[in-house]
Design a protein around this ligand. Structure first.
Ligand code: TMP
Length: 261
């Protein structure tokens, strides 16, 4: 695709990378931003929570193990407050200036963490977001899925308050993201258990192949076509097809069922 076409496709678009702790989304968001820059697409990246003076203060409170007493409702409102500020100060002006905005986390995280794992309810989180955010959903959300074991190997450092919540909580966070990816439009799930380059390749493949409006209908179609092709190439061998696609065997079984293949 020519740079002019890419510029046209991504200008003024809002793209989010999200997923459980240790899924590698910050690295992938950075690589995506670098790729967009190389293609001459005007781009800005932010992290949620944070990236405003208010947001960084809220982030410190949210992540400090000092505030272990914090309830799920308080978490939810603080994440939402930081996000509202980030939108007003940074995201809205950037989109207005026709830049492509890449976000490291967004409302999808509040749904998975506070809504699903915290038990507040994903629907209720979305309802609150609808009332207090100017923009609820991005043009495209890429969820990087990773199992608990791989994720915890990657988190080889001092854990923050959210990361310290334990395996049961984080397993639910993953389930929340999986459920959200199934329910919401313009969400796409990527198996992020591979190394940085493999996952980056998958992200860029999807980004490049999306249609101008970044519609998920076309993304789903793309994914389905890729599975059909891989199955044809391997004479229907699901394990080999999964290898070609760089996804796990469980994922290909799930997708085959989902697409009635
Ligand atoms: P980060 O380390 O990926 O920047 O995210 C900070 C932590 O906050 C991470 O553990 C996920 C958590 N989080 C929520 O619980 N709810 C949210 O809405 C967001 C954005 C992050």
């Amino acid at each position: 695709m020519k740079n002019e076409d890419l510029k046209d496709k991504f200008s003024g678009k809002f793209i989010v990378l999200d997923g459980p702790d240790g899924c590698g989304k910050s690295t992938q968001a950075k690589l995506l931003a670098e790729w967009l820059k190389k293609q001459d697409v005007p781009e800005v990246s932010f992290r949620d929570p944070g990236d405003t003076a208010i947001g960084e203060k809220i982030r410190q409170i949210l992540l400090s193990p000092e505030y272990n007493a914090m309830s799920t409702r308080t978490e939810l409102l603080l994440y939402m407050a930081s996000r509202a500020q980030l939108w007003a100060e940074k995201i809205a002006p950037a989109l207005k200036a026709n830049k492509c905005v890449v976000l490291d986390r967004w409302l999808s995280s509040t749904c998975a963490y506070q809504g699903y794992a915290g038990g507040f309810g994903m629907d209720k989180v979305i309802k609150i977001a609808t009332d207090c955010l100017e923009r609820v959903w991005p043009d495209l959300t890429i969820i990087l899925d990773v199992d608990l074991q791989t994720a915890s190997q990657r988190l080889d450092r001092q854990l923050d308050r959210m990361e310290q919540k334990g395996d049961g909580y984080h397993q639910k966070v993953r389930e929340g993201f999986l459920q959200l990816a199934k329910q919401q439009q313009n969400f796409l799930l990527i198996d992020a258990t591979g190394d940085i380059e493999t996952v980056n390749k998958k992200v860029l493949e999807i980004i490049e192949k999306t249609h101008k409006n970044l519609s998920i209908t076309s993304l789903k179609e793309l994914e389905k076509q890729a599975i059909i092709e891989a199955l044809e190439k391997t004479n229907g061998n699901r394990e080999k097809a999964a290898k070609i696609l760089g996804i796990g065997e469980r994922t290909i079984y799930r997708k085959i069922k989902e697409y009635n293949l």
